[in-house]
Design a protein around this ligand. Structure first.
Ligand code: SF4
Length: 342
């Protein structure tokens, strides 16, 4: 089975490709990150070596783009992996020249959050580190320089901690894509053991927590993780994270009409945030057929943001990009997978 060399050291590359001279590994790695995906185009390698490598490996990439969908601010790729699994990743644009890669960390997701399309797939498997890193490369091959990364695609990244961290380190590599840790955000549904591990390592990543509700009953109903790690445990892990890493935390708050947008919800949110340096990122729910929720109306959003403002809660509103290509938050996954399998 072929694997991408993106997360390999030069020694590993030289060994895997059975290179005659170790420095050729460096040439191949640099060719790959500059967008050359075929050995034959690496003209600084001897012809005989290029031919041998082309015979043994058809491409430098381990994944294949099988579907591309575009909207004004987002491009979503469906990638076919070596074992036949399909994952999705998205390149988001802010319209001002800043591009962000939204990467997946698992095939499917075990968390089963009730408002999320990926959750309906169930957990299929963890991605290998190179499968995570290669999503970034595939999105870069679309042609724009990507400066930011968010782990908000399919899966709970902190449950695939080692592979996610290896991919993060590879994407940070100075002689590679060189993405600063501060420009990478890892998102979690509130997987406390993962937050604690992240606290222990000194990698200054940004942390986003998909909070959705600061009420244990509501949160446990719509996010199963809360039954294992309730809000009190989550908060204690976040306090410790902030104590060690001194980084502002983002709370992703998916607004669900009639569920988490009343006065009581706002007040509970304020008391949960007490003692934390955090900002709330409000995201109107992206409709997914059959999940049984409703997106909030503009007037509901206004009412809720007024309440947050009056309670002194810092917030921003994120209008999800890529909604019409099912590439927005909570929408990734099943469409392409089903259509491929039919
Ligand atoms: S919201 Fe995130 S953690 Fe929850 S099911 Fe979806 S992908 Fe998994």
């Amino acid at each position: 089975m072929k694997r991408s060399i993106l997360t390999d050291s030069y020694e590993d590359i030289a060994k895997n490709l059975k290179l005659d001279k170790p420095f050729q590994a460096k040439i191949i790695y640099h060719a790959l990150i500059s967008g050359i995906t075929e050995f034959d185009r690496i003209t600084s390698l001897p012809k005989a070596l290029r031919e041998r490598l082309t015979d043994e490996y058809d491409s430098l990439l381990a994944s294949k783009v099988i579907n591309t969908a575009e909207s004004d601010y987002a491009v979503k790729l469906a990638l076919l992996l070596q074992d036949g699994s399909i994952i999705e990743c998205v390149r988001l644009s802010d319209g001002k020249g800043r591009y962000t890669a939204c990467l997946s960390s698992q095939v499917g997701c075990a968390m089963g959050c009730a408002f999320c399309n990926t959750g309906t797939m169930g957990f299929i498997r963890n991605l290998e580190s190179y499968e995570i890193a290669e999503q970034f490369l595939q999105l870069s091959l679309l042609g724009e320089e990507i400066s930011h990364i968010v782990f908000m695609g399919m899966g709970e990244a902190l449950q695939n901690f080692t592979a996610a961290m290896d991919a993060i380190k590879a994407l940070h590599r100075e002689d590679g894509f060189n993405i600063s840790y501060r420009r990478m955000t890892i998102s979690t549904s509130g997987y406390v053991p993962g937050i604690r591990r992240l606290t222990e390592i000194s990698v200054p990543l940004r942390l986003a927590v998909s909070l959705v509700s600061a009420d244990d009953k509501i949160r446990s109903d719509i996010m199963r993780i809360n039954r294992t790690y309730p809000l009190s445990e989550l908060k204690s892990a976040l306090l410790s994270f902030q104590h060690h890493q001194d980084k502002r935390i983002t709370f992703e708050y998916c607004m669900l009409s009639g569920v988490n947008m009343d006065r009581e919800s706002a007040e509970k949110l304020r008391s949960f945030m007490k003692g934390l340096d955090a900002i709330v990122n409000l995201i109107p729910w992206n409709p997914v057929e059959g999940l049984g929720f409703n997106a909030p109306s503009e007037s509901e959003i206004h009412r809720f943001t007024d309440m947050l403002g009056s309670l002194g809660i810092k917030y921003t509103i994120r209008r999800s990009k890529g909604q019409n290509i099912a590439g927005a938050c909570g929408q990734l996954a099943t469409k392409t997978r089903r259509s491929i399998r039919q």
